[in-house]
Design a protein around this ligand. Structure first.
Ligand code: SAJ
Length: 420
């Protein structure tokens, strides 16, 4: 059975590329979002987020009449829900957007439709979503009620694309397909095969939900290991990057890189979903989160020690000292400042420091609101010429290309090993 209309609910970093990928295969796609600005932008053939190559695919799809956006839900043969799943103050997952998405499509659902949840969600969310839909549409049957013969098929199929490489990974990566029944999985696989070059790997919805959380927790735990090593090495007078390079020569060792902390919307969030559901068992996962969340504070203390040293050696007053932070993005070579430990550090440092704080971020043209009045946006050359204390926070390619002889400062806190 083909899908005459595909509707993607949530046109953000995952939903819009997914909608565009289907539309690029000449499918009729309607994207739904509550953000009128996003809808208007997409309908003009433009994009409201930054992701390489997405603009071209969206433009072609909109101009070809295969993709349109709306704030109003439409009847479709397949729905993909890709809305945010943040956590609340106590690290409990907040499913309010998934619930709202289910409520929005319920009135237009028709017999034979497929509903897929893509948002990162705690175990059991897909069954919960099917239940919400069933309560709103008692005239239809759902997999938890009617199994293989249900009117509506429901599956969990997580995205696993890397920001910055979404348009490639969306198509090439294998896709975990977690149907509530084997029929649901078969239909979901059929849908993704429209654009997928990777494999569809079939399981049930609960395993698929846990798989997504596991992937990001695995990375978080491994980064925490590297971050903990960086603290130990600083204490022992050992260069942690050399240490990791040497240890990784072992055929079965592959340590990740330490940094200023872990940022972005995924890795710093998803492990908490496991912890919230399994507080007794998830000791290592919780500790990894705490280690990574604690890293920016450790970096601040390193900078404070460097400033104290600089004051003692130069006899200057604190207000006469300039600190330069290199990088604000949450990882290298992107302009995304969301949940960035580098931003957190620049913010805390500029609030603490009585002198000038410079921020060097070649991927942005104006300072984010939070830093206005506290920091000055500077070029690499200006910062290297003016600053007493250098703080390397993001290993952007342009920073790695700075010739060593241009870096004359004695006080350097290098969280990425660029100036090792
Ligand atoms: N980081 C380190 N050291 C490393 C690697 C990363 O400190 O060795 C830091 C980065 O600087 C950044 C954070 O971790 O602050 C996260 O960056 P990332 O590149 O590891 O991951 P994201 O958040 O951009 O994307 C992740 C990916 N998940 C995995 O690699 C397991 C991606 O495949 C997921 O689709 C995405 O989360 C998501 O949407 O869940």
């Amino acid at each position: 059975m083909s899908f005459a209309t595909i509707s993607v609910i949530g046109l953000g970093y995952i939903g819009l590329p997914t909608a565009a990928a289907f539309a690029s295969k000449q499918q009729n796609v309607v994207g739904i979002d509550i953000n009128q600005h996003a809808v208007d932008t997409i309908n003009r053939g433009a994009i409201h987020i930054v992701e390489p190559d997405l603009d071209k695919v969206v433009k072609t799809a909109v101009e070809g009449g295969f993709l349109r956006a709306s704030t109003q839900p439409v009847a479709a043969d397949a729905y993909l829900i890709a809305v945010p799943t943040p956590f609340k103050g106590d690290h409990e997952p907040d499913m309010v957007f998934v619930k709202a998405a289910a409520e929005s499509i319920a009135p237009v659902l028709k017999k034979g439709a497929l509903v897929i949840l893509e948002s990162t969600s705690p175990v059991g969310s897909t069954e919960q979503m099917a239940q919400w839909l069933a309560e709103l549409r008692p005239d239809l049957t759902f997999p938890h009620q009617a199994g293989e013969t249900a009117d509506i098929n429901v599956a969990y199929c997580p995205e696993r694309v890397l920001p910055g490489q979404v348009m490639v990974e969306l198509i090439k990566n294998d896709r975990v397909i977690g149907g509530m029944t084997p029929v649901c999985s078969a239909r979901a696989s059929e849908l993704y095969k429209i654009f997928l070059e990777g494999e569809c790997v079939v399981t049930n919805s609960r395993t698929a939900e846990m798989c997504k959380l596991t992937e990001n927790s695995f990375r978080d735990v491994n980064i925490a290991f590297a971050n903990e090593l960086s603290l130990i090495c600083a204490d022992q007078g050992i260069n942690v990057w050399e240490l990791i390079r040497l240890a990784n020569r072992h055929p079965r060792v592959n340590i990740l890189q330490p940094g200023p902390g872990v940022g972005g919307h995924c890795i710093a969030v998803d492990p908490w979903f496991i912890v919230a559901q399994n507080p007794e068992q998830a000791q290592l996962i919780r500790t990894a989160r705490e280690v990574n969340d604690g890293k920016p504070h450790w970096v601040i203390n390193q900078v404070k020690a460097a400033v104290a040293d600089c004051l003692a050696e130069t006899g200057k007053r604190a207000s006469e000292i300039t600190i330069a932070c290199f990088g604000l993005a949450f990882k290298p070579n992107i302009d995304d400042l969301r949940e960035s430990p580098a931003m957190e550090i620049a913010e805390m440092l500029s609030a603490w420091h009585s002198g000038k704080t410079l921020a060097v971020e070649p991927n942005i043209h104006q300072l984010p609101k939070k830093l206005v009045g506290h920091c000055e946006l500077a070029t690499t050359d200006e910062a290297l010429a003016q600053a007493d204390v250098l703080v390397m926070l993001v290993d952007h390619q342009v920073f790695k290309a700075i010739p060593v002889e241009q870096v004359q400062q004695r006080w350097i806190v290098d969280t990425k090993g660029v100036w090792r």
